[in-house]
Ligand binder design. Structure first.
Ligand SMILES: Cc1cc2nc3c(=O)[nH]c(=O)nc-3n(C[C@H](O)[C@H](O)[C@H](O)COP(=O)(O)OP(=O)(O)OC[C@H]3O[C@@H](n4cnc5c(N)ncnc54)[C@H](O)[C@@H]3O)c2cc1C
Length: 476
């Protein structure tokens, strides 16, 4: 047992992903004494090391590469045949991660957060208002840390199929990020955001990609029209999308891997590829952290919380990917951390609202959505009016050579309130920010039809889509 930390912190946070580090910074800003416990050597969690940041770095390379394929068309001559330097692609991605890891270390110092390296475990309920956490260091020694409040932010990890351990052929989001070269062929199991993003990246780099999805459509949490458009545009990019398919086995072969699945109508299919990516969802990391010693309640492994992110155990909060009923997104994790910290500091806060969360998928084409899908709005009993505007009618989309996709507005017919916005096309992940702000302010079609959007911009497609709800888009 190493020496114990004699301080009693106001808050100890277990896990330094976007949920944990955001909460830690805000705690420092409130003037609280904060400890941030992290088992890995670097701060930042899944998002910074094997999630959002490295994938978006690769997607940027993929986008540039795709543009270079049309260099002559854009009037760029003299670059000969572009060559892909994969080692340089990886180096750039790693440099971005390193830069932001250092940035996080700096922010912890700036906000006087004490970073504690080691694996944190709860020891039970608070005694006289003080919780004790066991922190096991990499060398096996354990020390104890005390805090008036605890925040669990332990995040999530990739679920695997058939108990297979990931290796150099059966990949998760971790192994696929450091491949020595793009594979010739790749089967992606799962067409959620993670699966389709990797499919998009590697297709750009020339990989033959096959997607196998259990549910009837790709990106199943999105509006049905978005799923259809993505499937159509992926087909155009020669990505083979198979939906309604149940994977039966994954087998290693001399050439790589063989995946067998049954189709919706019960037909058996199998296919070989150099690699397979398993992207079938992410399991909460709630085992092994001492939850059973507390009153914290779980729901299929996820932590149940109230609107202030409080668990059933007094003084223990949960944020980020481990929370039941919240989408597993970095910005949701961060915001849930701000809510928990405000509650601890006795400050004003607003609970995380599920219908005000932007969902972004950084494929080519991008997807950005917020609020209710058309089907959800109808299920909720709204009299729904829909406006749809294709990027084909937007001049900036022509300029950036990206005409596919549309903006779809789901509005309430009675008052014209915007209930949902669903975008597929250029810069959709940026355009969606306007939609979230509009919904926060309970904007209506009438108001938005007269809200000036600059010309020529992609955001004009939003203006045309609002007007399309009344059948009055100007450019279509
Ligand atoms: C490939 C991929 C791409 C993604 N892209 C995006 C995207 O573009 N946008 C987006 O919003 N989301 C994206 N996500 C999701 C995003 O990464 C997660 O929602 C986010 O990382 C969750 O944050 P978190 O803080 O809850 O957990 P994590 O980021 O998982 O961090 C948890 C941290 O806790 C530590 N930890 C766990 N247990 C303990 C313990 N007992 N003691 C000490 N430390 C512990 C872990 O080591 C880890 O550092 C992506 C995910 C993947 C896999």
């Amino acid at each position: 047992m190493a020496e114990n930390d004699s301080k009693v912190y106001d808050v100890a946070i277990i896990g330094s992903g976007p949920a944990g580090y955001t909460a830690a910074i805000r705690g420092g800003q409130y003037g609280l004494k904060v400890a941030l416990i992290e088992a890995e050597t670097s701060l930042g969690g899944t998002c910074l090391h094997v999630g959002c940041i490295p994938t978006k770095a690769l997607l940027f390379n993929a986008e540039i590469w795709d543009h270079l394929k049309h260099a002559a068309e854009y009037g760029i001559a003299g670059i000969g045949t572009p060559q892909l330097d994969w080692a340089a692609v990886q180096k750039r991605k790693n440099a971005i991660v390193t830069k932001h890891t250092k940035g996080l270390e700096f922010l912890m110092k700036k906000n006087k957060v004490t970073v504690v390296r080691g694996y944190g475990r709860l020891t039970g309920a608070a005694k006289d208002g003080v919780h004790t956490v066991d922190v096991e260091s990499a060398d096996g020694t354990t020390r104890q840390l005390q805090a008036k409040n605890l925040i669990l932010a332990t995040g999530s990890e990739a679920r695997m199929l058939f108990g297979i351990e990931p290796d150099d052929r059966v990949l998760t989001n971790i192994e696929i990020l450091s491949l020595p070269e793009p594979p010739k062929s790749l089967i992606v199991i799962g067409a959620g955001a993670v699966g389709v993003e990797f499919a998009s990246i590697f297709r750009s780099f020339g990989t033959e990609v096959t997607i196998v999805e259990y549910l009837p459509r790709a990106v199943p949490v999105e509006d049905e029209d978005i799923s259809k458009e993505l499937a159509r545009l992926f087909k155009k990019r020669a990505i083979d999308v198979n939906t309604g398919c149940s994977v039966q086995s994954i087998e290693k072969t001399d050439a790589g891997v063989k995946v067998a699945w049954t189709t919706t109508n019960g037909q058996a299919r199998e296919q070989e590829a150099e690699k397979v990516l398993v992207a079938v969802g992410r399991a909460p990391r709630t085992a092994g952290v001492g939850i059973e010693k507390t009153k914290v309640e779980l729901e299929r492994g996820f932590v149940k919380v109230n609107e202030a992110q409080q668990t059933a155990e007094p003084g223990i909060y949960a944020i980020g990917d481990i929370v039941a009923g919240l989408p597993q997104l970095a910005h949701v994790g961060g915001m849930s951390g701000l809510v928990a910290m405000a509650k601890i500091a006795g400050r004003k806060f607003r609970a995380v609202r599920r219908d005000r969360i932007p969902g972004c998928t950084y494929t080519d084409p991008q997807i950005g959505s917020a609020g209710l899908t058309e089907a959800q709005a109808r299920e909720k009993g709204y009299d729904v009016k829909v406006g749809k505007f294709p990027f084909a009618g937007n001049s900036k989309a022509t300029i950036v050579d990206s005409h596919d996709g549309f903006v779809k507005i789901v509005a309430d017919a009675k008052y014209g309130e915007i209930l949902g916005v669903h975008i597929i096309g250029p810069s959709a992940t940026e355009l969606i920010a306007e939609a979230v702000a509009v919904m926060e302010l309970e904007g209506t079609v009438d108001e938005l039809m007269f809200t000036i959007h600059a010309h020529p911009t992609l955001s004009e497609a939003m203006l045309d889509a609002y007007a399309a709800v009344e059948g009055m888009a100007i450019n279509a």
